[in-house]
Design a protein around this ligand. Sequence first.
Ligand code: SF4
Length: 444
Amino acid sequence: MKTREVKAGNLIIGGGRHIVVQTMCNTHTSDIGASVAQCRELYRAGAEMIRLTVPTMEDVKALAEIKARLRSEGIEVPLVADVHFSSGIAIAAAEVAEKVRINPGNFHKDHQEACRQFARLVQVCKEHGTAMRIGLNHGSLGSRITTLYGNTPLAMKEAAMEWIGLCLENDFHDVVVSLKASNTIVMVQAYRLLAQAMEGKGIAFPLHLGVTEAGNGDSGRIKSAVGISALLSEGIGDTVRVSLTEPPVNEIPVARYLSDRYGQKTASSLAALDITDRKAVAVYKAPSRERLMLDMSCDFGKMLLDREIDDVELRGSYISDDGREIRLDGSADAAYFADELLQAARRRFYKPEYVACPGCGRTMYNLEETFNEVKRRTSHLKGVVIAVMGCIVNGPGEMADADWGYVGEGNRKVTIYRRNTPILKHVPEDEAIDRLLELISSSR
Ligand code: SF4
């Protein structure tokens, strides 16, 4: 789908150009030194656009200073202000950042008032040449839409089309849209529906792709690559963010691989393929372990999501980090990669399903360490969906269909959720994983 060009600072998104690689800082934006250092690191690693959270007016000022310092170093990377709930902060941030990311439905409970506030933001964006991302995640749609359409891909598409309509009414076209979900099936369906709906109305806003709360490690990479590649392979998507619960610099090589592969700059290491009885037998010659994971996710993710095949068997080899050739044929490694791939495409669950946000300036605890500890202690709970979220402001909404949620409150306290309901509040951090495990085992 050829989209229109949207300008964010010196960068063009869409218009059939290359797929833009972006990421987000996990520093506190008010910590200007740390944020500048992280932006510098991300820029040098290849980030073409960097988002920072802007929860307060003070953070708007910090963002202006971060931008000034980066520009004084000759780093022109466009900055995106991530703003939730407050149109006032979004308006102030739109005078500073090259792009603002908002979910306008969260501006106000009353839809008409949210629309009025959104229209004011649009005017400020127009005046300052600021681009906008309308980011509507699964789980944060608001009751007005979910009452009509359920918490579904259709609801995500409908909500997006409403806000797109308002942009058009206001003659505002510097718009990028995202419909992320941690569930790859929901995410792919939502973007497909939106791409069709826009095409049907002759609208061509660029799309920002991402599997949100994908977690970390192998699963986070495979889940991200499965969802994003399914869409990029259909010509849907203009910019990507791979969300990992890891230092954000680790996101860049994965996003770069996806950008290059679907910009036809890199090919799969798949050497031979046979599909018999809906099972793919794939023979790889991969130059690294990570490359094998990304290649197989892109080669078979879409086929698994669309139920064209039911299983994958990996053969061939990859080169390990210490330079050895590791054979796959019949190995535990091959079975593990296939299990991860099938779970990422939600075709077979061999372990718990984890939902974890990447963390940002709103995170007030050691998210990475906690998430790894939760994973270590719950690895036996096959099929259970467990979320670990960085903040109480957005975490509960964004963890969508998790069975259990561990949500940081700040002040070294945690709230534990059973589906959408908080069932234990203000639990001290050092007891929270024990409490979570007790609750899960008493419910089984
Ligand atoms: S849920 Fe995570 S990534 Fe989202 S705003 Fe909260 S801490 Fe940041």
